[in-house]
Structure formats: structure tokens, C-alpha cells
Design a binder for this molecule. Structure first.
Ligand SMILES: CC(C)(COP(=O)(O)OP(=O)(O)OC[C@H]1O[C@@H](n2cnc3c(N)ncnc32)[C@H](O)[C@@H]1OP(=O)(O)O)[C@@H](O)C(=O)NCCC(=O)NCCS
Length: 156
């Protein structure tokens, strides 16, 4: 059976459910303040996915300024993305990421986007590769349990 989902921007009343999804799906958890700070500063790139009016996935990002070979550029940084287990492989993660990338360009004139991902996280790595991200380098011991991260990057 094909299930339909819709995307929209995060709203304050989604906070509890987004934090629940984050705790359910990832070992990297954050304070209320952390989520709200990303929402207040970068509301266009904090998105949720709904199925039957229930929030089942989210993506949140930060916009950073850094040096490239040509001077200062803006970069998008995907901080966290997750979809509840019962709603995976429906295209939600891909839609969230594509829409966040589109919003980064539209609202912040971002020239590239990067993220960190556990080297063992094949589903996420495949998702990022599908969208055009490439492995830039390994960050050793990036995670609290000592696992390495790939830093992955895509140019816009
Ligand atoms: C990574 C995650 C967000 C993907 O969400 P999703 O909604 O299931 O992803 P999609 O259905 O949009 O899949 C898009 C692509 O990702 C890849 N992918 C997704 N799940 C996969 C899996 N279990 N195995 C292999 N590839 C997978 C595939 O390339 C897929 O494209 P395809 O369906 O055409 O093959 C989801 O698995 C998740 O929440 N994982 C736990 C949290 C997490 O690891 N977040 C990333 C931290 S960096």
C-alpha cells in the first residue's frame, strides 16, 4: 500500500514529537534549547514530514560562513535527520533532504552543504550519495562512542 506524506516547516508545537523521533532514531540527542535555537535562527531549513497528520520525520540544519578557495562562502550543515522506523523507505528522508537543500539555496544563497555520518550508517550514506553528496574525508573518533564519521559534501 502506498502511503502519502507531506512536508512543512517545523512549528513550536512539534518540539516534543521531534525530540521523541530524535531519541528513538539516534544516539545523538540534544536539549530543548538546541532544537529551538536552530528553529529560531534557520526556520526555513527545519522541516517535518507528516503522515495522517502525525509528524514522523524531521531535518534540521545550520547555515555557516566559512572560507573556500575564493573567499567567504555560505555552507549548509545538516545537523540531524531522522524518520520513525515504521515510515522508512517511503521516500521521506530523501524528500526532507532535497527540500532542505532547496531552501538553503533560496533563503541563504548557500553554495555547498556538508554533514557528518557514522561510517557504519549505510542507509544514511546511501541516501546522501543518491542526492549527490560525496565523501570528503574521515573524522576519526567523531562520535561519543569513538566511531569515525565521514564528512560528506555536495556543491549546489
Ligand atoms: C537515514 C534515514 C533518514 C532514511 O530515511 P528514509 O525515509 O527511510 O529514506 P528514503 O525512503 O527517502 O530513501 C532514500 C534512499 O536512501 C537509501 N536508503 C534508505 N534506507 C536504506 C536502507 N535501509 N538500506 C540501504 N539504503 C537505504 C536508498 O538509496 C534510498 O533510495 P531508494 O529507495 O531509491 O533505494 C532513516 O533510515 C533514519 O531515520 N535512520 C536513523 C537516523 C539516522 O541514521 N539519521 C542519519 C544520521 S547522519
Amino acid at each position: 500500500m502506498e502511503r502519502k506524506f507531506t512536508l512543512r516547516r517545523f512549528r513550536e508545537e512539534d518540539l516534543e514529537q521531534v525530540m521523541y523521533i530524535n531519541r528513538t532514531c539516534l544516539p545523538e540527542n540534544y536539549s530543548t534549547y538546541f532544537f529551538m535555537e536552530l528553529y529560531i535562527n534557520y526556520p526555513e531549513t527545519f522541516l517535518v514530514a507528516e503522515v495522517d497528520e502525525k509528524v514522523v520525520g524531521y531535518i534540521m540544519c545550520r547555515i555557516e560562513t566559512g572560507f573556500s578557495g575564493f573567499g567567504l562562502i555560505k555552507r549548509g550543515h545538516v545537523i540531524s535527520i531522522a524518520v520513525l522506523p515504521g515510515y522508512r523507505r517511503m521516500g521521506i528522508g530523501e524528500a526532507l533532504l532535497r527540500e532542505a537543500l532547496r531552501a538553503m539555496v533560496e533563503y541563504y544563497n548557500v553554495k555547498e552543504c556538508y554533514l557528518e555520518v557514522r561510517v557504519s550508517n549505510t542507509p544514511a550514506i546511501n541516501l546522501y550519495k543518491k542526492i549527490g553528496f560525496e565523501v570528503d574525508r574521515i573524522i576519526r573518533g567523531y562520535y561519543a562512542d569513538g566511531e569515525n564519521a565521514y564528512l560528506m559534501r555536495v556543491k549546489m
